[in-house]
Design a protein around this ligand. Structure first.
Ligand SMILES: Cc1ncc(COP(=O)(O)O)c(C=O)c1O
Length: 408
């Protein structure tokens, strides 16, 4: 008997959505609650002036070079430009990136040690699929980009959260204790989302030494995944730490979502050093890209990369917003580690319960995300992807809320 669509045929949520997927949806609940509160407020009062600091969607438009080159590329008539290609990306683009990375990262990187991906997110998924077996543990250092959890569990991995100190740098004792014979990888993200903090070189070296000691004790190699989508949004580019040079089993994840303002175009890459460059490495990654359905990164964006590699959005605009915002909060008595890159600020919540504080902020017309969503309660994240005057208004309201009688 065929199933007929009729007015009285109602499927329930569990008929459609798996248990696993429902668990995933509940993980983003803090961010969604803030979003829904804001939406309710807008419905109640359509003229309300909300300062939305919740979404990490970069607002600076791509530099003019990007627009010009895109127009040129779209007009080129060469045959086959829009076809499938090697899953790893166009060989000539990989050669270009390999040359640039060999200089910037201080170690030789060959063409077959670069894999072009659909942004950093695509690179992380392809890499985790390649590294993880079911039940393998992946260490995440709080505060961390909340999507790491599903990226790891997608591949049957188990996220193991390690806390940080007041400067948002990893707690080494806790990290040592978290390493087990099942640890397969650790993800570091510096400059960091949500805190804007840069891990200084001695911190990266400290992590590498712990991993080396763990290998000596257990025989288990722990991969170090360095997720660096904000590397080129450092206010002082000289400060960038070369992770590939420090640890032989390190993987570099980069993206142009933020530095070229191309988040919607999905372009980034994965690179690794000579120790990981076995003949089978790149093929394993190709198979992962196919199995996950990425196939290859967008062709047009790949061809664009060598032409605009040295361009960037104006980082000083993000820096000025961040510094102004931090100054206003600090004068208002709100503690905050001053970021060294990008557009995120992660202040300490004036209430111990960061969820309650961000709910309170909505009443003052500010949307921000509780630190618990990033594995670090007691803080809240503000994304300064708004013009400076809105950022100033947001900071002013946050201070006002922090001193309000509701919080006393
Ligand atoms: C730390 C971190 N990693 C990865 C990503 C994903 O970036 P992409 O757009 O390059 O996939 C983001 C995006 O916000 C991020 O903040």
């Amino acid at each position: 008997m065929s199933l007929k669509l009729s007015a009285d045929l109602h499927f329930k949520s569990e008929d459609i959505i798996s248990h696993a997927c429902r668990t995933l949806s509940s993980m983003g609940s803090e961010i969604r609650r803030v979003f829904l509160l804001g939406q309710k407020l807008r419905e109640e009062n359509p003229d309300i002036d909300l300062v939305d600091l919740s979404l990490g969607n970069p607002d600076l438009e791509p530099p003019s070079e990007v627009r010009n080159e895109l127009v040129r590329l779209a007009q080129e008539q060469a045959e086959g430009q829009h076809r499938y290609m090697d899953n790893a990306g166009y060989p000539e683009v990989r050669s270009f990136l390999a040359g640039r990375l060999s200089k910037s990262e201080g170690i030789p990187i060959g063409r077959d040690s670069v894999f072009i991906t659909c942004g950093a997110a695509g690179a992380l998924q392809i890499l985790l699929r390649t590294l993880l077996d079911h039940g393998d543990e992946v260490v995440l250092l709080a505060p961390f980009f909340s999507e790491y959890r599903p990226y790891v569990t997608n591949m049957g991995g188990i996220p193991v959260i390690v806390g940080s100190d007041g400067s948002h740098l990893p707690d080494f004792e806790k990290l040592r204790a978290a390493l087990t014979p099942k640890t397969r990888a650790i993800i570091i993200n510096s400059p960091n989302n949500p805190s804007g903090v840069l891990y200084p070189e001695h911190v990266v070296r400290g992590i590498a030494s712990l991993l080396e000691a763990h290998r000596r004790e257990t025989g288990r190699l722990v991969h170090l995944i360095s997720d660096e989508p904000y590397a080129r949004l450092l206010y002082n580019p000289e400060e960038m730490v070369r992770v590939l040079e420090i640890y032989p089993a390190a993987w570099l994840v980069r993206s142009h979502s933020k530095d070229l303002g191309l988040a919607g175009e999905r372009i980034g890459y994965l690179a690794w050093g000579p120790a990981l460059a076995l003949p089978e490495t790149i093929n394993a990654l190709r198979n992962s890209a196919r199995a996950l359905g990425f196939v290859n990164a967008p062709a047009l964006m790949q061809r664009l990369l060598p032409r605009v590699f040295d361009a960037s959005v104006d980082v000083s605009l993000y820096r000025d917003r961040v510094n102004t915002f931090v100054d206003i909060l600090s004068r208002g008595g709100i503690d905050c580690v001053r970021p060294r890159a990008s557009f995120f600020v992660f202040p300490k919540s004036p209430m111990t319960d960061d969820n309650a504080f961000t709910e309170q902020l909505v009443r003052y017309g500010v949307l921000a995300v509780p630190g618990s969503s990033f594995g670090k309660a007691g803080y809240f994240r503000c994304s300064l992807t708004q013009p400076l005057n809105r950022v100033i208004e947001g900071a002013r309201r946050i201070v006002e809320c922090a001193h309000s009688k509701e919080l006393k």
